[in-house]
Structures are given as C-alpha cells and as structure tokens.
Design a protein around this ligand. Structure first.
Ligand SMILES: *[C@@H]1O[C@H](CO)[C@@H](O)[C@H](O)[C@H]1NC(C)=O
Ligand SMILES: *[C@@H]1O[C@H](CO)[C@@H](O)[C@H](O)[C@H]1NC(C)=O
Ligand SMILES: *[C@@H]1O[C@H](CO)[C@@H](O)[C@H](O)[C@H]1NC(C)=O
Ligand SMILES: *[C@@H]1O[C@H](CO)[C@@H](O)[C@H](O)[C@H]1NC(C)=O
Ligand SMILES: *[C@@H]1O[C@H](CO)[C@@H](O)[C@H](O)[C@H]1NC(C)=O
Ligand SMILES: *[C@@H]1O[C@H](CO)[C@@H](O)[C@H](O)[C@H]1NC(C)=O
Length: 493
C-alpha cells in the first residue's frame, strides 16, 4: 500500500468514526391508552400526531405488556419478564421498588456515553434514594413517583407528588402534561448532541383521575359520548400533542434522522373508559385487551421499506432492553447474584423487516399472580395463549367496546377457571376457548407454565409478592408533612 493509499484509508476511517454516531433512542409510554384509543384505529379520536407517526412508521400489531402499570415499566427498564422483575404496583407509602441489583436500561446506555433523561411518571419505588431515577441511570428526571395524582395540583393522597432530579419541584395550577411539554423543551435545549440521547417519556395521560383542559374537551362534540369517555378523548389528544411537540423538538435539534422512536401503552385501556376494540378485556386482565398494547415505531432510523407497514412479529416490552443495548453497542447481559438474567430478545430484525420471525417461542405475560385471587397468569407459546385463573373484571359492561359507542355494553364471554386456551393468531378476539377441544395443546402450555414453579423461590419472592402484603410504612405521611408536604424518600436518607 502506498503512503497515499494509507492516508486515504485513515481519512476514510476517521470520517466513518465521526459520522457513524450512535442512534438516539426515544421511548414514549402512554398510560392506559387503549388498543383502539388512537385516531388511526378509531375515527372518534383526534390524534393527528400519532396518526402521522403510525402512517409513516411501523405499527406493531403484536406488542405485549403487563396487564397494568408498574410491572410493564419494570419490564421495559430491566429487560425481564414481569414475574422476574415484579408484578406489583408500589403504593406511595410502600417500602419497595424494582430490585436495586438490576441494571436499568439508562445505566446500561451510560457505558456508551448516552445522555439519559426522563420526563413523567416513575412508579418503580422511591422510599429510599437508591431507587430514584437519577440513581438508576438517568442524568435528569422530572415528574412524579406514584401511579397517579391530580393532573392540576399534583396531589397524591396526603402529599404532593412532583419532583426534579433530587428535590421536590413545586408546580401548581398547570395541567401536568403541559409541565412535561415544557420540561421536554428544557431537556432538549440543554442537551449536547455530542452524546447520543436516551429519552424516556412516560406520560401520566391518559390515566385517571379523569381531567382534561377545557380547550381539548372543546375539540370534541358535546355529549358525543358519556362524560368519562369524553374526558378521556381529550386526554388522549393532549398526549398526542405532547408527543408531537417532542417530535418537533427532535427535528429542530437536527437529530430526528438518527433517532428511533417507540410509542406504546403500558397496558390496555382501563375499564369503563378506554376502548380496546376489537380485543377482549381491558387493563387488569390477561385477555388481549389488557396485554396487547397499541404500539408503533418511527424516527429517521426506521428503514424506508418499513414505512407505512405493520408487523405481526411478537414483541414483548422487555425486548427493548437488549434491542436498545445492541443499537448502542452495549452488552445487554445483566446476570449476577440475586437476580434473574435478562429475558428480552433483540427484536431489531423485526423492526427492519430483515427477519420478522426473530421472536420468542414463549412469552410469559404473568405468572402465579396473586392479587386478591390466587394463581392468575398467562403464557404465549407459538400461536397459542393460556390464560390462567379468573380475571380481574372491573366494569364488565364496558369490557369490550365497539369503536364509537364506548359507553355501551360489550360481550365478554366466559372467564377462565382454571384455564382458557386461545389460538390468538386465528382468533385474536379470544371468542373460542380451546381448553376442552384441544387437550393436548392445553397440556403442553400448562406444563410450560408450571415449569416456572421450579425457579428459585428466594428470587421468585421479588416478583410474586402479593399486592395485599406489600410492605408499607404507616409513618410515611407524617414524615412528608414534617418535611414540606412533598413526597420524597424517607428511608436510608
Ligand atoms: C465516553 O466519553 C469519554 C470521555 O469523553 C471517552 O473517554 C470514552 O471513550 C467515551 N466512550 C465511548 C464508548 O464512546
Ligand atoms: C394550588 O393553588 C391553589 C390556588 O392558589 C390553592 O388553592 C391550592 O391550595 C394549591 N394546591 C396545592 C396542592 O398546593
Ligand atoms: C349534555 O348532557 C348534559 C347532561 O347529560 C346536559 O345537561 C346538556 O344539556 C347536554 N348538552 C348538550 C349540548 O346536549
Ligand atoms: C399542540 O397544541 C397547540 C395548542 O392547540 C398547538 O398550537 C400546537 O400546534 C400543537 N402541537 C402539535 C405538535 O400538535
Ligand atoms: C442483591 O445482591 C446482593 C449481593 O449479591 C444480595 O445479597 C441481595 O440479596 C440482592 N438483593 C436482591 C433484592 O436481590
Ligand atoms: C349494560 O348491561 C347492564 C346489565 O345487563 C345494564 O344494567 C346496563 O344498563 C347496560 N349499560 C348500558 C350502557 O347499556
């Protein structure tokens, strides 16, 4: 090789290093958004930004989550099945949080110098400072710790729940999603594009309490539906607006082309409010309406050939952990003492279309979940899904809502006691229980399900805790009152 050739190679090399920037990763998690609570599936919803992102992006038809809040978030940020992370929702005074030994996704991405930010709802424990977002890998965080608070004054039970990095952040009188919109503007103006970006936006909308600004209620015809549904429609439009605002910020910063953005719900639409049409069931059930979330992908990194498409590849929310680690060039391994290894699978080949069969043979949606009724769970093996135990049915008249009439009664069909078996590929609405018709398949799935009972008990206890006996501190509220009236860590401080 001549000196000239060598120089040329070196120049090309350095050029390549300088331009091959690590991708920016943005995850938007919309709370309790139903499968049909988006304009592109339901003409009764106004969500122009979601619709545009879905229309020019990739819709994930089979994106699975836990049947409610906190475990879906734990699964996303630890890469574990919910029962390997946890299956409970911490209460405000719970002395519990996602296993501190597990490395959360933003901490992983720090190894590749990502700038990591969170805006919105945490719900993974905060009683001890070690559980705070900034101590789990986020450079900055703003938002709240619990499940839900008043959208206008951030009140949650005995105290106010609004926090920034390592201190309370008083805000009162502004609809919380507007605060998040402002926080996103701050994050993006302070962000230095020298580092790749990881931004996690778990919005409070469209979770109860049902409150929406008048200007958004007014975009829907008066009495177009029942009052709660009307409020929910407006809350969805606000979530859509904040997401659209974020896309604008990313574009203005000039980083959209090197960004992958995933938008998903944390669980199905809530009973008596959301619409999961045509799926059966809702949040708090293991039927498809509870665990098959609305989800779509966009951003400049999505290949042109995938735009305007949808995929039937099975994806679980735990899969984003290894997928994002891979994109960032970080080892997703997180095994070690006292913790289950990562369960997720790198599903990038599904996203790119390179191989849509890059999916789990088996997805554990929940195992031996014992909140009020013992023994609930669900597992998918191939095309089949086993649903175990009676499901939590909050408001059965609204379990299965046709698009435009979410206030009318739907059809639920029989509950599962002890088992239901569905071919969810050919019977996505779970109308045809095969548990008696196909005993061989039932036996196979029950065996797979029961095989999880052999996992180490001391580790299972992390995940299987009954919601009825979550450790709580009766003095938490007094501590908050004595310390300014804001929720904050109160142990090991
Ligand atoms: C991260 O940044 C530090 C300091 O700027 C640098 O030394 C290191 O090589 C970077 N690591 C990666 C993986 O880019
Ligand atoms: C918020 O502000 C209103 C109006 O000033 C006041 O009445 C209310 O007590 C405040 N709420 C909280 C939780 O601080
Ligand atoms: C909407 O319904 C409420 C209560 O059901 C009623 O008081 C109100 O007049 C209705 N508004 C319109 C525009 O029909
Ligand atoms: C958000 O809503 C505001 C107020 O209606 C509007 O001006 C703005 O264009 C909306 N932004 C997006 C991205 O939808
Ligand atoms: C975390 O790891 C330590 C040391 O390996 C172990 O003693 C502890 O039990 C683990 N904690 C949890 C919650 O798994
Ligand atoms: C739903 O069905 C229940 C009982 O079948 C009935 O009492 C109720 O009025 C119905 N609700 C609606 C909105 O049709």
């Amino acid at each position: 090789m001549s000196i000239l050739q060598c120089l040329l190679v070196c120049v090309l090399c350095s050029c390549f290093v300088a331009t091959a920037k690590l991708p920016n990763i943005v995850f938007v998690l919309i709370d309790d958004l139903g499968f049909a609570d988006v304009g592109f599936r339901n003409p009764a919803i106004s969500s122009p930004n979601f619709d545009q992102l879905a229309k020019t992006g990739l819709v994930l038809n089979r994106h699975y989550v836990f049947k409610y809040c906190s475990p879906s978030r734990a699964s996303l940020l630890t890469g574990r099945w919910p029962h390997h992370a946890h299956q409970w929702n911490p209460l405000m005074d719970s002395t519990i949080g996602t296993n501190i030994n597990m490395t959360m996704l933003p901490a992983k991405l720090k190894a590749a110098n990502y700038s990591t930010h969170m805006v919105g709802k945490w719900h993974l424990g905060f009683f001890d400072p070690r559980y705070l977002p900034i101590n789990r890998g986020f450079d900055t965080s703003t938002g709240f710790f619990g499940c839900c608070e008043d959208h206008m004054n951030e009140k949650s039970g005995c105290s106010i729940d609004y926090w920034k990095n390592n201190a309370p952040d008083p805000r009162n009188g502004t609809y919380d999603a507007y605060n998040y919109r402002d926080d996103l503007t701050d994050v993006m103006s302070n962000y230095n594009t020298e580092n790749p970006l990881f931004l996690y936006l778990p919005l409070h909308n469209v979770h109860a309490p049902f409150q929406a600004p008048k200007e958004w209620l007014d975009i829907y015809p008066a009495n177009s539906t029942c009052e709660k549904r009307h409020t929910l429609q407006a809350m969805i439009s606000v979530a859509d607006n904040v997401t659209g605002h974020l896309v604008e910020l990313l574009k203005k910063k000039g980083i959209w082309d090197n960004t992958i953005m995933v938008i998903s719900a944390d669980n199905g639409g809530a009973p008596c409010a959301g619409s999961n049409y045509p799926l059966k069931g809702c949040k708090t059930t293991f039927f498809e309406g509870g665990v098959r979330s609305v989800a779509f992908v966009n951003g400049g990194l999505l290949p042109e050939s995938r735009r305007g498409q949808s995929t039937d590849g099975f994806i679980h929310i735990a899969d984003w952990y290894p997928t994002f680690c891979k994109l960032a060039g970080v080892d997703p391994d997180d095994s070690g003492t006292g913790k289950f290894p990562v369960d997720g699978l790198d599903v990038w080949p599904i996203i790119t279309g390179e191989n849509e069969k890059t999916q789990h043979e088996e997805i554990v949606l929940g195992y031996n979940f014992d909140f009020r009724r013992p023994g609930q769970g669900a597992i998918i093996v191939g095309n089949y899904k086993l649903v175990v135990g009676l499901q939590e049915i909050g408001c059965d008249s609204l379990m299965w809502s046709p698009l435009d009439y979410p206030c009318s009664n739907g059809t639920l069909g029989p509950d599962c006691d002890p088992y239901c078996l569905y071919d969810i590929v050919n019977d996505p609405t779970e109308m045809n229980d095969l548990s008696k018709k196909n005993p061989d398949m039932l036996k196979k799935l029950v065996e797979r399900y029961n095989s999880y009972s052999k996992e180490p008990r001391h580790m299972q206890d992390q995940g299987y805790h009954s919601e009825d006996d979550l450790p709580q501190d009766p003095n938490a509220c007094k501590y908050m009152a004595d310390n300014g009236g804001y929720w904050r860590p109160w142990k090991n401080i």
